[in-house]
Design a protein around this ligand. Structure first.
Ligand code: GTP
Ligand code: MG
Length: 307
């Protein structure tokens, strides 16, 4: 499945003439020797690819340092250094997926429209297929439509869901879900939340309250807070994500809509800026359009001619 999905990621990253891979390749094949023009051009292309100013400047500094230290003069060799650097930065911490081995509660958080509810549905399907007992909780009680949308997804994934009335306290839904999870011997409890940042104080209090319930009721469970980021919003999405760091201890990123951007470099910017790993990527609107993030596949998709 990974190959198929990353084949599509690769296709989407190379679909336009302005794609990162085309232009990056051009930088490396223009002439054989490294010169100042080369560095400038490369820097520009990395920023164009959504890798962001901070990550680009880190990458460029490292590249210049390495090239000087290893006395590298050929652009082609520099390309290998660049690929190695990005692969290293995107490497998964060894603990990234430890939560899959035990009972886990996952909060899915993020701004409006990022793809939270869709991602909860896809994760539920993914875990169910892996043989887990999954329960979903609809803690976005602000709109009745939000619960209806999630209920649809849980039907598709064939997993049970705990809901609350419109306007109910989200923490009460979490409380009910926690008890249902214990009674039904659940492995994975996935909680969909509302995405509003206009009232940060409320959001903070609400997330804190829900987290307290988990800490009290499920102290021995793994606890993941996954933030959903829309891959098409580029650097703006990052600014919004930073706000969530103030309100929750984030353990990973779900990067959605990678099928909708030719600038896949956003994942590099995100990891560089936020310092937490991308754990899952969304690559379409269907239930099977989610996969664990694979740094090697990702780098291969960014640099397609390097196999
Ligand atoms: N192409 C594509 N569309 C996606 C992906 N993930 C989500 N979407 C779409 O993005 C839109 C918003 O998704 P939701 O899951 O409703 O987002 P949300 O974060 O729950 O939104 P709110 O509950 O309103 O805050 C929907 O139209 C989804 O189909 C993806 O990986 N690829
Ligand atoms: Mg939603």
């Amino acid at each position: 499945m990974g190959e198929g999905i990353f084949g599509r990621l690769k296709a989407s990253l190379t679909k336009t003439r302005s794609s990162i891979s085309d232009n990056l390749d051009r930088v490396f094949t223009g002439s054989t020797e490294i010169d100042e023009d080369f560095y400038e051009e490369l820097e520009e292309q990395l920023i164009m690819a959504d890798i962001g100013v901070a990550a680009t400047s880190r990458i460029m500094d490292h590249l210049r340092e390495q090239a000087a230290g290893e006395k590298i003069t050929r652009r082609e060799d520099c390309r290998e250094l660049l690929i190695g650097d990005i692969r290293e930065q995107m490497a998964m911490p060894p603990t990234a997926y430890v939560f899959l081995n035990g009972r886990t509660v996952i909060f899915v958080i993020g701004v409006n429209g990022a793809g939270k509810t869709t991602s909860v549905g896809k994760l539920a399907a993914l875990f169910k297929k892996a043989g887990k007992k999954v329960l979903v909780a609809a803690a976005d009680t602000y709109r009745a439509a939000a619960t209806e949308q999630l209920v649809e997804w849980t039907k598709r994934a064939d997993v049970p869901v705990i809901t609350g009335a419109e306007g109910a306290d989200p923490a009460s839904v979490v409380y009910d879900a926690v008890h249902a999870a214990q009674a039904r011997d659940i492995d994975m409890l996935i909680i969909d939340t509302a995405g509003r940042l206009h009232n940060k104080k409320n959001l903070m209090e609400e997330l804190a309250k829900m987290n307290r319930i988990i800490d009290k009721e499920l102290p021995f469970w793994n606890h993941e807070n996954l933030i959903v980021l829309d891959g098409t919003t580029g650097q703006n999405g990052l600014t919004q994500a930073r706000e969530f760091f103030d309100v929750a201890k984030l353990s990973g990123i779900i990067l959605t809509k990678l099928d909708g951007t030719s600038k896949g470099g956003i994942a590099v910017a995100i990891v560089n800026e936020l310092g937490i790993p991308v754990k899952y990527v969304g690559i379409g609107e269907g239930i099977d359009d989610m996969t664990p993030f694979d740094p090697d596949e990702y780098v291969r998709a960014l640099f397609p001619t390097q196999e």
